[in-house]
Design a protein around this ligand. Structure first.
Ligand SMILES: NC(=O)c1ccc[n+]([C@@H]2O[C@H](COP(=O)([O-])OP(=O)(O)OC[C@H]3O[C@@H](n4cnc5c(N)ncnc54)[C@H](O)[C@@H]3O)[C@@H](O)[C@H]2O)c1
Length: 396
């Protein structure tokens, strides 16, 4: 399959027709270069409703869909544990995969998907495996990446991200039986809401060398998993990182502050501001002849252009072009490993009350997760609650 020629419509499918899957059907059914051929949900009514919305065929079993509909590509928007097995099944048949975040629940599982991709690349040159890190298309994050890469801040000293505007009610957690359980979801705010921020963090700064995390399980909600986290990082180059998140804070904050020797860059309230030092503060520290020097700096607002959308459509369009042999995907799925590992390391550190050195012991985290799953209340055989799915657009 995988050999889709330029301008030939990509025969697309979607698996998991819940909140996100329904949105993806909306984009795909209107997208140039796409023919939506099939949708799949384990729940017959959701599959049928998706097929009606997308004017395509409904399936309730993904293997059956791959066999019968023979799609060129699949968008995986199921709960997290199914991301890896469905991706592997598709890739082994030469089907291009665009997987929702996170790539996987834990590192060893993510590596199985990456290994399957490498195998598939040998058999199906040009096969694409992308991840839905839609925030990488946002103008302000792209501008920060650009400023960091161009060395505008000089040597980095500190990055502090307070990202507590992921507020969720108990009702939200009750809209899916899998949600916020160890066996159904595999994690909380770090695994559901923060993969975007953890991905951006590693995109900007790389992975830290040391991680210390403090996570509270079910502090504000009746859930099994973490809903409030504070983490400190130390990077090889000496940079210190802080990552503070919560789904139990309102009004929340989204403030990213990056300090380098050449100044301080802050993103908050849709504004990117930069206080640029006239000379390196490290130089001032070393060479100033006075004790209480105040280095001169110039405040500026950095312009950027932002599309103002959720970014899923734009990322999917790039994926379609890449499948057609034009350009590259926004984020290759293997890049999703780092955000999984960063989240896992924070949780391992919190569970074991110690600093985790990177590369982390992935097997140790996988073993701990198995124990948590064994004690989880999630029952896969139970029917889904009637109040889900719900329109969550605008919450990405
Ligand atoms: N990129 C974003 O901005 C964003 C935002 C929200 C959610 N998500 C991600 O999207 C994914 C889905 O989340 P959601 O909120 O839509 O969940 P949801 O519970 O609303 O929908 C999931 C659907 O998948 C179906 N399903 C489960 N296992 C299946 C299987 N093996 N085969 C077929 N169908 C299956 C369920 O029946 C359900 O209808 C998650 O990975 C989530 O993290 C991404």
């Amino acid at each position: 399959m995988s050999d889709t020629a330029q301008n030939t419509p990509v025969r697309f499918s979607v698996v998991g027709i819940g909140n996100m899957g329904r949105g993806h059907i909306g984009h795909l059914s209107r997208m140039d270069g796409v023919e939506l051929v099939a949708v799949c949900d384990r729940i017959r009514e959701r599959a049928d409703a998706g097929a009606e919305a997308g004017s395509c065929t409904a399936y309730t079993d993904v293997s059956d869909m791959f066999r019968s509909a023979k799609p060129d590509a699949v968008l995986v928007s199921t709960p997290h544990y199914d991301h890896v097995p469905i991706s592997i099944e598709a890739l082994s048949q030469g089907i291009h995969v665009l997987v929702e975040k996170p790539l996987a629940v834990e590192g060893t599982d993510a590596r199985r998907a990456i290994a399957a991709y490498k195998e598939a690349q040998k058999r199906y040159p040009g096969i694409q495996f992308g991840a839905m890190f839609n925030q990488r298309t946002y103008g302000y994050w792209k501008k920060i990446k650009d400023l960091l890469e161009s060395g505008e801040l000089g040597r980095l000293v500190r990055a502090t991200w307070i990202i507590t505007d992921w507020f969720r009610t108990q009702h939200y957690y009750d809209t899916g039986g899998w949600r916020a359980t160890w066996a159904g979801e595999g994690g909380g705010v770090l695994l559901n809401q923060c993969p975007h921020n953890l991905d951006l963090y590693q995109w900007f700064f790389g992975l830290p060398s040391k991680v210390r995390g403090f996570a509270s399980l079910g502090k504000y909600h009746q859930i099994e998993v973490e809903d409030e986290v504070t983490a400190c990082f130390e990077h090889q180059n000496g940079m210190i990182g802080h990552f503070i998140t919560s789904t139990g804070e309102s009004p929340g904050t989204n403030r990213l502050e990056i300090v380098g020797e050449q100044g301080r860059l802050v993103f908050e309230n849709d504004t990117l501001s930069f206080c640029r030092n006239r000379e390196s503060m490290l130089k001032t520290i070393a060479e100033s002849p006075v004790s209480f020097a105040k280095a001169e700096y110039w405040p500026a607002t950095i312009p950027f252009s932002h599309h103002g959308e959720g970014g899923h459509r734009i990322l999917t369009e790039r994926f379609v072009k890449a499948v057609q042999g034009q350009g590259s995907v926004v984020a290759e799925a293997p890049e999703g490993l780092n955000s999984v590992l960063l989240g896992n390391a924070i949780m391992l550190s919190s569970f074991e009350s110690r600093t985790v050195e990177m590369p982390m012991d992935e097997a140790a985290y996988a073993a701990r997760l198995e124990k948590l799953k064994a004690g989880s209340s999630y029952d896969p055989a139970a029917s889904e609650p009637e109040n889900g799915p719900e329109n969550l657009s605008g919450t990405y």
